[in-house]
Design a protein around this ligand. Structure first.
Ligand code: GLN
Ligand code: ZN
Length: 772
């Protein structure tokens, strides 16, 4: 085999993907990894399970007609962590563990140990996947370890597959990194690029030597707004890697949005191909590509099948796009827009979904078939895929016509919405007076965010109900007993605005999705959230309405047990969308408006039942922010409108609360004002009340509860610690508008620290009240 860079090959119509769900059909990987952690599964067995899963995935891809399979996308935990290992960026605190045992050291970086903290985890762009943040500093020394990449490539090749290793690209890797602990916050990891490039060049050369013809470098960070310096770094990186001798052909992949300015930058480098997303907002890549004169002589991999949603493709439309692209590049291949990691494995496993509706769904397995069909159509003409096109046309038509997707009553109602529907009947100042009179709360009122500890017993009760081991009456008695206990504790602790504790909710989105029309639940639709944690997002398939009240009986039951006000608790429209698979056949804004109207009915019914405080949680408002700044305003406009549509029908003396977590609110401070909520509680303990200052700086006029207890850890804040945070809050928000609460819901906490912490919070409020 020659180690020279191969001559460019022009061919069109390969079918490929960038990554595939890792867990296996029955979450075998989760079981093996967790078994390994518990010492029940040996390292060899874990490795064997992983190898079997990779082999099965490649075979499944090949059988579906994928002609070029990815390697290196598999991971025991996270592919960004794997990249840190590949470039030798192991934090000092984990080095001993890694030296003692590579696998245990790897998991120590991912999860921490008794002695050392793990790497920080954060969201992968605007998906619900979380990666481990590389920690770098001026002293970081990179060293190449291509062993895993080479081994997996060789594994696939030995099985007879044409394989393409996939790596996180060097620019994205650095842009996702943060300064290591102890390094000045001003340190820019991108400054390490020149040190990192030789390491990537080494890995590429090793892969070439192993026989890799193409290697993919993922640069999704380039779809975000980038400074000229960052774009220059990208240009430099790919000039250098493209200029190396003995390299494989390089395919630079981007996804999740349009490449924008980075497109022209990358097109000018000596890389051999680009992979672009052509779905959703990223469809703008088509015009951008034409504007830069296309990619003559280069390979274009066209992501025309949406890799992060679960709907069937419009094959004719995609063929149209592919046809246009043929004139713009040396060769055109077909792919999903991004790794299929973000979708569940197989829609055909969903036996409980109406077969007619199931035909509209495409999970990873169905998507690979679509990609293969499109590639065949592209290479051989549409005559080669007539049957597939006819079936696709019929499925799309059935979806468009169905009474699931189109409910005339919902459409009439949404069309009739006016601006006035999204405005409270009185301005905040008047509402605040009316609420004060009705609620009679002390200065610095105390409350919680909604959930109380979800004990194993509660989860068992829910599982028993689902399995038919308990009847509804038995289950409801159990929930009521829990509510009484939660209320009794809050009364005793002296909390001012009580909650019922949300014991009836397994998940804050799923609970509502199960009761709204238009939502489907899946049985096996697991997607990786992080590590071995998988979630099963509901599918928002059709027009949304609320046939019956969803929370009223629990809230009123709780209120019947106490003289103090009990907060009604709802999940807001944006969060209902963000943590679901949403429909792609209408603008998100329209879907949000439907959900908002359904929730508005719930607000109305709660109010009619005597509830005087209602909280509408929007923890996902910030995370759904589009990747490009130019798109922020349009998003925030419909998102805040949906919140107001949910809440604005409330009487002036009904106090509307909202809640958000995730410590950075800088980008949405203005939008928080546009919600027009009477009270907002926010995560603030870890950032030392930063958000209170940001809100007051922006002239925020309403009430604020910046969290004074970081609930992400079992640590109990002392009275003085909470009081100090409150005093800090008072520096920004006047006492008449400051609330006292934890950072977030308590469902992941245990009772002992919950009791102690809340008692301390109440005491801190008393102490600071006395000083005021
Ligand atoms: N009310 C919810 C709870 O307390 C809010 C959760 C959240 O913000 N993620 O659990
Ligand atoms: Zn929260």
């Amino acid at each position: 085999m020659t180690s020279k860079t191969p001559a460019p090959a022009v061919r069109t119509g390969a079918a490929t993907v960038y990554g595939y769900p890792r867990q296996g059909p029955n979450r075998e990987l989760k079981k093996a990894v967790e078994g390994y952690w518990k010492g029940r599964v040996g390292a060899d067995t874990l490795r064997e399970t992983a190898r079997d899963l990779r082999r099965a995935n490649w075979q499944q891809l090949a059988d579906a007609g994928i002609t070029e399979v990815p390697t290196g996308d598999f991971s025991y935990y996270d592919h960004v962590l794997d990249t840190s290992v590949m470039v030798g960026a192991v934090p000092a605190r984990h080095r001993a563990a890694v030296a003692a045992d590579a696998l245990d050291g790897y998991f120590a970086m991912a999860r921490g140990t008794q002695e050392v903290a793990p790497l920080e985890m954060t969201k992968w762009f605007d998906t619900n996947y979380h990666y481990l943040v590389p920690e770098l500093g001026p002293d970081t020394v990179f060293t190449a370890d291509s062993s895993r990449q080479v081994a997996e490539f060789e594994e696939a090749r030995a099985l007879g597959h044409t394989a393409r290793p996939v790596l996180v690209g060097p620019v994205t890797y650095l842009l996702l990194a943060k300064p290591a602990p102890g390094v000045a916050a001003g340190f820019d990891p991108l400054a390490l690029l020149d040190r990192l490039l030789p390491v990537y060049a080494r890995v590429l050369a090793d892969l070439r030597a192993a026989g890799a013809e193409w290697v993919q470098l993922d640069e999704p960070a380039l779809v975000q707004d980038r400074t000229p310096a960052e774009l220059n770094a990208a240009a430099r990186a790919y000039r250098e890697l493209g200029g190396a001798a003995d390299r494989p052909r390089l395919l630079v992949a981007s996804y999740f949005d349009r490449l924008g300015e980075a497109l022209a930058v990358l097109a000018k480098t000596p890389v051999d191909g680009l992979a672009l997303d052509f779905t959703g907002a990223a469809a703008a890549n088509l015009d951008d590509l034409a504007a830069v004169g296309g990619l003559p002589g280069k390979r274009l991999v066209a992501g025309v099948v949406n890799g992060r949603n679960i709907w069937i493709n419009d094959l004719e439309k995609s063929l149209g796009t592919l046809g246009t692209l043929l004139g713009l590049a040396g060769s055109v291949d077909v792919a999903a827009s991004c790794s299929l990691l973000h979708v569940p494995l197989d829609a055909s496993a969903e036996r409980d979904i109406d077969p007619q509706v199931r035909r509209w769904l495409a999970f990873a397995r169905q998507k690979t078939a679509e990609i293969a069909t499109l590639a065949r159509g592209l290479a051989r003409g549409t005559d080669a895929i007539t049957a597939e096109l006819a079936a696709n046309r019929a499925d799309l038509a059935s979806r468009a016509r169905s009474c699931v997707t189109r409910d005339p009553a919902v459409r009439t109602r949404t069309a009739a919405v006016t601006d006035a529907d999204g405005r409270r009947s009185r301005p905040y100042e008047q509402r605040a007076g009316a609420q004060r009179a009705r609620l009679g709360l002390p200065l610095l009122p105390t409350t919680t965010i909604g959930s109380f500890p979800q004990t194993a017993e509660l989860r068992t009760a829910r599982a028993d109900l689902r399995a038919g081991r308990t009847d509804t009456a038995g289950y409801e008695d159990r929930i009521k007993a829990e509510i009484r206990e939660v209320l009794a504790f809050q009364e005793k602790a002296g909390i001012d605005v009580l909650v019922h504790g949300e014991p009836e909710r397994g998940d804050m989105v799923q609970y509502f999705a199960e009761q709204l029309t238009g939502y489907l639940a899946t049985q096996h639709g697991w997607v990786q959230s992080y590590g071995t944690r998988y979630v099963r997002p509901p599918v928002l398939a059709g027009d949304v309405s609320r046939p019956d009240p969803m929370t009223v009986r629990w809230t009123t039951y709780a209120q019947s047990q106490t003289a103090k006000p009990v907060k009604g608790m709802l999940t807001g429209p944006v969060t209902m969308l963000a943590w679901s698979f949403v429909r792609d056949d209408q603008p998100l804004a329209d879907t949000a408006r439907q959900v908002a109207l359904a929730l508005r009915d719930e607000v109305h019914d709660l109010e009619a039942a005597g509830t005087c405080v209602i909280q509408v949680d929007e923890p996902a408002l910030r995370e759904t922010l589009p990747l490009r700044g130019a798109d922020h305003a349009a998003y925030l406009s419909w998102a805040t409108e949906a919140f107001r549509l949910t809440t604005a029908g409330a009487r002036p003396d009904t106090q509307i609360h909202t809640h958000m977590c995730y410590a950075e609110f800088g980008d949405i401070i203005g939008a928080i004002g546009d919600l027009d909520a009477d009270v907002i509680s926010l995560e603030a303990a870890r950032s030392h009340m930063q958000v209170a200052g940001e809100l007051s700086g922006a002239g925020y006029p309403r009430e604020v509860g910046p969290g004074v207890w970081d609930i992400h850890s079992p640590r109990i804040p002392s009275v003085e610690e909470a009081a100090a945070l409150l005093r800090k809050g008072l520096g920004a928000i006047p006492a008449e508008r400051l609330w006292v609460n934890p950072d977030c819901g308590l469902k992941t906490r245990a009772w002992p620290e919950t009791r102690a912490s809340l008692e301390n919070l109440v005491e801190a409020a008393r102490r600071v009240r006395a000083e005021a």
